[in-house]
Write a protein that binds this ligand. Structure first.
Ligand code: FEO
Ligand code: CA
Ligand code: CA
Length: 656
């Protein structure tokens, strides 16, 4: 989700007074004192190398064990970059084609109705592509890069752009007077996700509408709760005495695809769907306060008791999880894997460790919240995919602590260890997982500038953490890993697991780049001097690593006012002399943010999702009737439509 959500902007969701903002003072004096030097800058200095290797020996060791894939003084990206800017449509680098593959409302079954925005119903929506795709994954069929299953999250809805006559709802209208039950039901059906078989024929991608795999998952689809929190009393409701069954997933942001061909879909800002507040003496009051629950951004609680805490106080404990889905079985009951913790999960990209265990990196997207990883107890079975279906139910969840000297530690969230005991209200591992944030607070994790996507590069084992922004960080709250106060443009942290072992408890790290306009000294951006005026970006959000090991970053929050440019896709060098050089490849229409990105295994097709095109930027209004763009159809009467795009090279070949 971006900085807004229709009626209540996401910034308000995240900022709503007693919301999920981290209240704990997890900064050591050492971090505060040691913050103001940038190790990368020192490394570039002629006298600094010896000093650094003496003080940060582990960094030198890690570097020796994980040599850079290539050390080059030439940029590895061949495309001609586009001009940064904002207008009503998208732009891609010269020589590339953009195909609109799936729009909101497109039928994804042979018998599904065509999209008619003036006559939409929940039943139709449940047979059509949903709204606001964030994560996209491509899972090959029979190893093909031209034929596979597209898995897509439908994160949230913009009622002002979707429905005639609703408009921008007044934030004082706490009862959502324009939102009828029929409209809420459409919203519920537009959330969730989709599995769609796609095939490339004569260079063009097509949707296979009569596929046996195609599926819509909504915010009402029956799901199973698995792992240590399943069945716990705090997970039980009047509709589910087992604590193991829940309907729907909500606000699914980014995710991941596992080596065994399942889709991990992450519930992010689930707090915005629940009405009502619990009294301060309610047993869940402290828990819910830490997640910002109680300031609704949707009308659902008006019509459905389970979204009203006063009527169903445990329902919110059943959201905020990573959901695993087998896209090859349209009857598969999605599994909420509680072992991976309950946070505002951004994504869940993983890597198979050298010892065969699977390691999932997880960001909790809130100002001053944390970076996590989950290490499975078992090993990936490469011969029997179904044998991996319980792998994410057993293992250890860790939270990251970044030290000022460039080292770091993974702290285990294990019941009974350290402060995670009954004395602090944790009677079991279920309690630790249901209140993951509070457990991590007590462990002293490092409070980050909104951790978004995290990706491990399998060629170097380095891990890239997108930290999108945090304008609330004060001067006395800066630390080495979050080095700017009022961090409007975000930064990227690169982590090196000790010995290339993703299960190791220690790592080294450095800031890869501080984002923003490098021509404005006060911004403090650190793109390389080879970066052009179009090449820099702000607010890194999602990312992908192509098969050459190169990093591509999509952004959320650039606009005419913030940076004078739309959100888009930038390619960023991570190796050699060109490290920190960025190039602009694609940009979205006004009001949108860019999600995905995801490459086919041969790098010949790149899937992107344009989320909330036409959403009002500051100082604008934009509605169904009068949107600031009618992208991508540009037809009178047709609203703007969030869409999945696929980029290919004209004449064929890799995206380079
Ligand atoms: Fe849904 Fe953190 O963006
Ligand atoms: Ca986002
Ligand atoms: Ca994101």
């Amino acid at each position: 989700m971006n900085e807004h959500k229709g009626r209540l902007r996401a910034s308000e969701l995240e900022d709503s007074g007693d919301d999920g903002v981290n209240p704990t003072p997890n900064l050591t004096m050492g971090e505060i004192i040691a913050t103001r030097f940038n190790r990368r800058d020192l490394l570039r200095g002629s006298l600094a190398v010896a000093a650094i290797s003496a003080t940060v020996g582990t960094r030198a060791l890690a570097a020796n064990e994980q040599p850079a894939k290539k050390v080059s003084n030439a940029i590895s990206f061949d495309f001609k970059e586009i001009e940064a800017g904002v207008d009503q449509t998208h732009h891609v680098a010269e020589g590339y084609d953009v195909q609109v593959l799936l729009r909101w409302g497109d039928p994804i079954f042979a018998d599904a109705p065509e999209f008619d925005p003036m006559n939409q119903t929940a039943e139709k929506q449940a047979r059509q592509f949903g709204y606001n795709t964030d994560f996209i994954g491509f899972i090959p069929l029979n190893g093909s890069a031209d034929h596979g299953l597209l898995v897509a999250n439908h994160e949230y809805t913009n009622e002002e752009l979707m429905f005639p006559g609703v408009g921008i709802q007044d934030s004082k209208d706490a009862n959502f007077s324009k939102m009828t039950k029929d409209l809420v039901d459409i919203e519920i059906a537009a959330h969730g996700g989709a599995v769609v078989e796609i095939r490339r024929v004569n260079g063009k991608w097509q949707v296979v509408k009569d596929s046996k795999y195609n599926r819509r998952i909504t915010a009402a689809t029956p799901m199973e709760i698995t792992g240590p929190a399943a069945g716990h009393d705090r997970m039980k409701t009047s509709a589910d005495a087992t604590g193991r069954r829940v309907n729907g997933m909500i606000n699914n942001c980014a995710g991941g695809v596992t080596p065994w061909g399942t889709w991990l879909s992450c519930e992010e800002n689930f707090n915005g769907y629940f009405w009502g507040k619990l009294g301060d003496d309610h047993p869940e009051a402290r828990n819910y306060k830490r997640y910002g629950i109680g300031t609704p951004a949707y009308a659902w609680g008006k019509y459905y008791d389970r979204f009203d805490l006063a009527k169903e106080p445990n329902e919110a404990n059943r959201f905020g999880w990573v959901v695993e889905i087998d896209p090859f079985d349209p009857n598969f009951v999605p599994k909420k894997r509680t072992a991976l913790g309950r946070t505002k999960h951004e994504g869940a990209a993983g890597i198979t460790n050298s010892d065969g265990r699977y390691v999932v990196y997880l960001g909790d997207d809130e100002r001053f919240d944390y970076v996590y990883k989950f290490v499975t107890a078992g090993k990936v079975d490469t011969r029997n995919r179904v044998a991996n279906f319980g792998l994410l139910d057993e293992g250890t969840l860790y939270v990251a602590k970044y030290n000022a000297d460039g080292t770091g530690t993974w702290l285990p969230l294990v019941h009974g260890q350290g402060p995670l005991t009954e004395a602090n209200g944790f009677k079991s591992q279920a309690d630790v997982l249901i209140e993951t944030r509070r457990a991590a607070d007590l462990l002293g994790a490092t409070k980050m500038d909104r951790p978004e996507d995290i990706e491990a590069n399998p060629q170097t084992n380095r891990v890239y953490v997108m930290l999108t922004n945090n304008t609330r960080r004060k001067e006395d709250q800066v630390d080495a890993a979050n080095p700017r106060a009022n961090n409007a443009f975000g930064h990227i942290v690169e982590m090196m697991p000790e010995g290339g072992n993703h299960a190791a408890l220690s790592f080294t790290w450095e800031v890869l780049v501080k984002c923003g306009d490098p021509s404005i000294a006060s911004v403090g951006a650190t793109f390389s001097s080879e970066t052009t005026k179009n090449g820099w970006f702000g607010m890194p959000d999602n990312c992908a690593i192509d098969s050459q090991g190169r990093l591509w970053i999509s952004t959320d929050g650039n606009n005419a006012k913030a940076t004078g440019r739309a959100d888009g896709l930038w390619a960023l060098e991570t190796e050699g002399e060109m490290r920190g050089t960025s190039r602009h490849f694609f940009r979205v229409p006004v009001g949108g943010e860019l999600c995905g990105p995801f490459f086919t295994p041969n790098d010949e097709s790149l899937f992107l999702a344009v989320q909330h095109p036409g959403e009002a930027e500051e100082g604008m209004t934009s509605t169904f009737e009068n949107p600031i763009t009618r992208w991508p159809d540009f037809k009178d009467g047709m609203p703007t439509r969030p869409s999945v795009l696929v980029i290919t090279k004209q004449g064929g070949g890799k995206i380079a």
